[in-house]
Design a protein around this ligand. Sequence first.
Ligand SMILES: Cc1cc2nc3c(=O)[nH]c(=O)nc-3n(C[C@H](O)[C@H](O)[C@H](O)COP(=O)(O)OP(=O)(O)OC[C@H]3O[C@@H](n4cnc5c(N)ncnc54)[C@H](O)[C@@H]3O)c2cc1C
Length: 814
Amino acid sequence: MSKSPLPTRAKIVIIGGGVGGTSVAFHLAELGEKDVILLDRNELTSGSTFHSAGLVGQLRADPTLTKMNMHSVDLYRRLQKTDTPPSWRECGSIKLATTPERMEEIRRQIGWARTFNLDLKEISPKEAQELFPLMDLEGVIGASYLASDGQVDPSQLAMAMAAGARAGGVQIFTHTRVLSIQTEKSRVKSVTTDKGVIECEVIVNCGGMYAPSIARMVDVRVPIVPMSHQYLITDNFMDPNAPLLPSLRDPDSLIYFRQEVQGLLMGGYERNSKAWSADYQNFDDIPANFNNQLLGEDWDRFEEIAVNSQRRVPKMSEIGVKSFINGPEGFTPDNEFCLGETEVGGFFVAAGFCAHGIAGAGGIGKVVAEWVVAGEPTMDLWHMDIKRFGASYRSPDFTLKRISENYEAYYDIHYPGEERQSARPGKKSPAYDWHAANTAVFGEKSSWERVNYYANHESDDSLKPYGWAGKHWSSAVAAEHRATRVNAGLFDESSFAKAIVSGAQAAEFLNWVCANDVVKGVGRTVYTQALNTRGGIESDYTVTQTGDSEFFIITGTAFSTHDFGWLEKQKREGGFNDVTIKVVTEDFACFALMGPKARTILSKATDYDLSHANFPFMHSREINIAGTKVRATRLTYVGELGWEIYAPVADGKKVWEALIAAGAGEGLMPCGYRAIESLRLEKGYRAWAGEINTETNPIEAGLSFAVSKKKEKFIGKDALNNAKQTRKLVALTFDDIRQVPLGNEPVRINGSVVGRVKSGGQGYTINKAIGYAYLPLEHTTPGTTVDVEFFGTWATGVICEEPLFDPENSKIRL
Ligand SMILES: Cc1cc2nc3c(=O)[nH]c(=O)nc-3n(C[C@H](O)[C@H](O)[C@H](O)COP(=O)(O)OP(=O)(O)OC[C@H]3O[C@@H](n4cnc5c(N)ncnc54)[C@H](O)[C@@H]3O)c2cc1C
């Protein structure tokens, strides 16, 4: 460690010397950043890292994370050849299936591993046993094998990355505790340690389970809770000359194994999880001296896992236990990392690795270092972005309930459409009671209760998708879809994130941030994207000009922190001091009335002239409904004539009931979010985090129409103009409406894999299953036949002209 005195300034300060901090330091050095300091309050690796089990598995449920873990393996191989090798051993790994559902999961994973050139293979139970002879095959129906997975010594790994960082110019100071952090104009300015103050431009909080307490120094909430996580190591009993066993995961039994010297290391995820220092009232204060320490053995909670392990590996009941490890590890509410820049400029976080931080460290360090240098993520990291968490996570009770639920379901199969059960009901629309009384089945998004569908619309299961897509399916969705296309649907979208942007520079600011020209005059509404400097889509929303210097922005329920945080960042960095961004999500209810009869129905609820001439498409007006002044905006996300109606929350219920009453006799049906999804897929409307994200640009996504040709400058314009277009988003259809892609399935043309599905669903009007995929330009001609792999078997679909429904927009502009 550095013997020099602590510098008084550095460009970048990393807090934490576990695998997270050392990897960020290593990758910053690789990117040429030399003015970097890493601080740890104790020794390197003295947090969670030193007691890790060290398994490195690459395949995860998310393509980005899988790519990151593949980078980890590349890096660990590379480090193994240096003077400070981390004991990387490429022993391979086996995953067992003991249920048909698990086998389906394995086959699905094999499918999308193919799209990364990751050599995941299906093997028979017998082959699995040949690779891991200590195993009993009771109940095993199949397995997968990945030869390039492995194991590593976690402490040596951190030391190897620290050595690489130091060689690249990073200075490391141990026994240097960060006591406070200073900010100026919402940006970091300095850190105060017990050895002195360091002025800096960027801080990366790599504090693992300590990250929340570090973030509290700048009033940032990092929703991580230290959870007790346990494993044991047996006495040595194996032949020292035998080849190293592969790691073995048996998720249906909640257990994993790897060879440790000549014994076995065995751990798992208990069904009765236990937070260490946090409780339902308090955050997660960790004792000031908790380093290089473990928790007490908790055999009671480990019993189920121990029993399961003896069933799978009978030898476990014969051999002694050499050591039992109970170590705390930082878990997040969705088992994904917390990465990226927070609402405080220059304050980054890379923590909450949920017991896969050793597998993830290489990739985490790479993407976070790139993010720090570029000022924005260089790949789609939405699932790991700290900005995915809304305000509810400021509550210790909410956070802990969510984390416990996730920990206990760690090894479960997660089917699409699955809903969280903990900490519910959450936030409610003013019409919630009406929905509940009318058989609504609620889902949850960003802690909002939202109607998925109404159970009383259910009929028969003749359209039920095969396999996973059918698990949480309801026939009510088809009924609600059809009612919207034929008559009208009324959707409660009160959870939409809403903000008012105002001030003398508001117009100039928004036209700098947005790709479309959003300043078209009071009463006009514009659909736009906000791009990053690479031309990728950071946000996707509508902007309504409500005054000369006032704009109303509507974005998706889950994107409030992300999208409005992006606006705040651009405001800060662009010096737009005369701009105010006020989040008003909970001030307004939003009801969308959509369908051919929308005008007829709305006319019964208001005396405003709704004719096309007086109230054209993409215009917004204040009108009266049930004696309440509401904002009605004429637009659609389902491909029908319609209005979104924004009412003050206090009058929301009254307005909802007035709309329902106006629809009596017109075939109006209250509808849920699942119907919106089906309707918008059919019409080809894009969803951020679905078909579009920070890695896709508007041209390849088919959104050039929403990019201003006139504006001289906006963020991302140059990158977009210079981008070489190599791929395009295409719509695929399948004649069998029950053959529904879920996303990530490989797409094959003429026998070669050319892409993977981004999103999919059912189109109840066109009577086909739908998928969207980015494919190389040369393969995007409509009419081209494609093969898509569903759980190990290939089904044929076709690339279609877009949009699949109402290509003339005749339903909308009338
Ligand atoms: C029992 C167990 C088994 C595991 N098994 C596996 C496995 O098999 N595979 C896998 O991939 N992952 C596994 N993990 C997870 C993995 O160990 C962790 O994800 C990883 O080590 C976390 O690293 P980190 O750098 O984020 O945090 P840490 O290693 O905890 O590092 C954080 C550092 O921050 C320092 N710090 C805190 N506050 C301050 C301050 N104010 N000033 C300065 N420094 C500060 C601490 O001293 C600490 O050194 C396991 C975890 C546990 C507990």
